[in-house]
Ligand binder design. Structure first.
Ligand SMILES: Nc1ncnc2c1ncn2[C@@H]1O[C@H](COP(=O)(O)OP(=O)(O)OP(=O)(O)O)[C@@H](O)[C@H]1O
Length: 363
């Protein structure tokens, strides 16, 4: 078994339900009625390995799944199927993620530091460097919700590089600062590289990716189209972009529509079947074994995002029990009487006593 990787992503998919209204979402949550919801597969089965000390760029057109895959690797969002293995005693910092908007910059520094396992005195030691690097002055004592995108990103980057994570995930963080800040960030990233840290670098800037990364993953409408040597993959991507630009507006639109359609129509069962077939045909594996193996890879790490039937039943039972006990309480009857004669719940005891009392007082 290959254990040399730092990050391994196997057959990872991400499905989003495109609800039209909040009401539809709620109805589906409780399984009330049948609400037809389009499903969009932001990732259609992505597998990749990243070794310790590598700097890997993620490139691709808008909406190709770059942020989705990096957010799944950093644990910000769960995958729908597939396995993500981040090895060893690893801390990941995804820049810009995990800010509590109502807390001040200073409070967020402490929070992120504590979440990374630093002690309060260790955080105290680096806090001035973070504030200095982020260069956001007195804003450090203002709630993060009042920051501009650039300030938030600068603070995120500053925290990330100063609390020394093993793996750093940088998603478009360098596109927001001015030239001076940009250079400071690049220097820090190069420093990280020298220290042998693992870096995942999501960017639209091919120049930045070319300068910083050893390898590049090219995401394309939910698929990993290519992964390999940075220069080679970037050249292929540049060629694709140049060819794409040569198409007419109508051709470009049709291409994008076809790709989006494939993301809407992606069939997870057919995908599972294709993985099994692959193992049988190419690895000459026994079909039952292949089925078990694929099923494990796809589903063993998954917490169901949607409620299973058992969970739905449990929620309904809990709601009904809650309503029953609330009515018992209001009615003033005993639990036994309420079970024997549920209609009694509609005739509260206090009401009867009150009436009895009134009747007696009139006698
Ligand atoms: N919460 C969501 N609900 C529905 N669809 C989503 C959601 N988040 C992302 N998507 C869709 O998933 C696809 C991939 O999004 P993602 O943000 O990963 O792309 P990206 O490559 O990072 O794009 P960009 O370069 O514009 O940042 C897009 O089509 C996007 O619209």
């Amino acid at each position: 078994m290959d254990t040399s990787y730092k990050i391994k992503v196997e057959n990872v998919t991400k499905e989003y339900d495109l609800y039209k209204t909040k009401n539809d979402r709620l109805k589906n949550f409780f399984n009330i009625g049948k609400v037809e919801v389009p499903h969009f597969w932001s990732l259609k089965g992505v597998s990749l390995k990243i070794n310790a000390g590598e700097t890997v760029g993620i490139i691709g057109v808008n909406g190709s799944g770059k942020s989705t895959i990096s957010n799944i690797i950093s644990g910000i969002i769960p995958q729908t199927t597939g396995t993500v293995d981040v090895k060893g005693d690893t801390s990941i910092i995804a820049i810009g993620a995990g800010f509590k908007r109502n807390l001040t910059g200073m409070e967020n520094i402490r929070l992120k530091g504590l979440m990374q396992g630093l002690s309060l005195s260790e955080i105290d030691d680096v806090k001035d460097q973070i504030i200095d690097f982020a260069d956001i002055g007195d804003f450090i004592n203002q709630p993060v919700k009042d920051y501009s995108t650039g300030m938030r990103s600068r603070l995120g980057f500053a925290i990330a590089v100063h609390i020394n994570p093993d793996i750093m995930i940088i998603d478009e963080a360098l596109s927001v600062g001015d030239d001076t800040f940009y250079q400071k960030c690049v220097d820090k990233i190069m420093d990280f590289k020298k220290q042998g840290k693992t870096i995942l670098f999501v960017s639209h800037s091919l120049k930045q990716v070319e300068m910083i990364c050893d390898r590049v993953a090219w995401m394309h409408f939910g698929d990993l189209r290519e992964i390999g040597d940075a220069k080679e993959v970037i050249n292929h991507y540049r060629k694709f972009s140049a060819d794409f630009k040569k198409k007419t507006a109508k051709e470009r639109k049709e291409y994008q529509q076809d790709k989006k359609k494939a993301q809407l129509e992606f069939d997870i069962n057919a995908y599972e079947q294709s993985l099994v077939d692959n193992k049988v045909e190419e690895d000459h594996m026994d079909r039952r074994e292949a089925e078990k193996m694929v099923s494990r890879t796809l589903y063993h790490q998954i917490l169901p995002e949607k409620m299973t039937l058992t969970t739905k039943i449990s929620v309904w039972v809990a709601v009904l029990l809650f309503a029953f006990f609330a009515m018992v309480n209001i009615s003033g009857h005993s639990i036994t009487k309420s079970i024997e004669n549920p209609s009694a719940l509609l005739h509260p005891v206090t009401h009867q006593v009150h009436e009895k009392g009134m009747a007696q007082s009139f006698k």
